[in-house]
Design a binder for this molecule. Structure first.
Ligand code: GTP
Length: 324
């Protein structure tokens, strides 16, 4: 069986991080985002098709060097074709029922259950649905007896027809290609309304779901995974450190500082004396100097915060003037 991962977006909301790393390769607890998705695919998926465009060379390089236990096929779009166009562009690789996932979703959905649901319903497509208290910032899905009845894109507050949103994880029959066609096409806006008539079903799940598209949601995904037991403590050096909550510390050097909750410090990163770091990530080689207060920050590889700074809610990358 094949699974398709949509991984060609430019990730503009995660800039400047995504100027040097495509979003699917941005590390989440030390593992590229896309690998969290690949790891969650059912065993019967033997081939993963990645629809790529932005920074495809970096993705090619990653999969050349890393064996993920399944065959990986990268299919390039010279221009990003949108979520629907990307599916049509890989049609020659998809010969049966296939799973399709946005490349930036972290969730507890059991994809085997989802596949079983799709097969039992027998429609042309199925959508995973996530319940939210306030759906007005999302694509809202109307549901009647498991069958999708309609869509509302970002409804004004109080006008949403349901509290279920499209979770960006799908299961399709290959006949969906007949409804797409060449060029730039949005799956959500142009294709789903056509699939409604052919049978489109919605599968609710509980647990957790995060779209990692923004700095806030990327940090939220990190916190959710930590709270669901993916914490790790293997700092290379740890001296006089006050740790709180769950953190992922791997090959990092921490001395006389306060760390946590929800901090990820990757190999060769350092947090120096007198600093306090909460809900943040330090990618490889990132350094927080002495007596800093750092909250809700993403430090890219090699990024540095000089001594004595207070920084909140920033993405910092190496080579820039890292402090506001
Ligand atoms: P922003 O620029 O920050 O909106 O991020 P994005 O470009 O990733 O867009 P968005 O978050 O809406 O995309 C959701 C998923 O679809 C991501 O996994 C993207 O990689 C993927 N995606 C979006 N547009 C395209 C496209 O044109 N082609 C392909 N292959 N994938 C896409």
């Amino acid at each position: 069986m094949k699974a398709l991962i949509l991984a060609g977006g430019m990730g503009t909301r995660l800039r400047p991080l995504t100027y040097s790393t495509p979003k699917p390769l941005v590390p989440l607890l030390g593992r590229p985002l896309v690998m969290h998705i690949i790891d969650s695919l059912p065993k019967q998926v033997d081939t993963v098709v990645l629809a790529v465009s932005y920074m495809k060379d970096a993705l090619e390089e990653y999969f050349r060097r890393n064996d993920c236990g399944r065959k990986v096929v990268l299919v390039n779009e010279t221009e990003p074709l949108g979520t629907g166009g990307a599916i049509w562009n890989v049609r020659q690789y998809l010969d049966g029922t296939f799973l399709c996932c946005n490349g930036d979703i972290v969730s507890s959905l059991d994809l085997q259950d989802f596949l079983d649901f799709h097969r039992a319903k027998g429609g042309m497509g199925s959508l995973a649905l996530w319940q939210v208290p306030n759906p007005s910032a999302f694509g809202v899905v109307g549901l009647r007896n498991d069958r999708v009845s309609d869509f509302q894109e970002k409804p004004a507050p109080g006008t949403a027809r349901s509290d279920l949103i499209n979770a960006g994880i799908y299961c399709f029959e290959p006949e969906i290609m007949d409804l797409i066609g060449e060029g730039v096409v949005s799956l959500e806006r142009s294709v789903f309304p056509l699939v409604l008539e052919k049978g489109l079903y919605g599968h609710r799940f509980s647990g957790y779901w995060v779209d990692c598209g923004t700095p806030e949601s990327y940090l939220r995904a990190q916190a959710v995974l930590l709270d669901n037991g993916q914490d790790k403590e293997h700092p290379a050096v740890i001296e006089g450190v006050k740790l709180s909550g769950r953190n992922h510390l791997d090959g990092s050097i921490l001395s006389y500082c306060q760390v946590g909750p929800h901090v990820c410090a990757l190999p060769r990163s350092r947090i120096m004396g007198g600093s306090s770091v909460v809900n943040s990530i330090l990618m490889e080689g990132a350094v927080i100097g002495r007596n800093c207060q750092v909250h809700d920050c993403i430090l890219g590889p090699g990024a540095t915060i000089p001594d004595g700074q207070t920084v909140q809610g920033k993405i910092l990358v190496a080579g820039e003037n890292e402090c506001p």
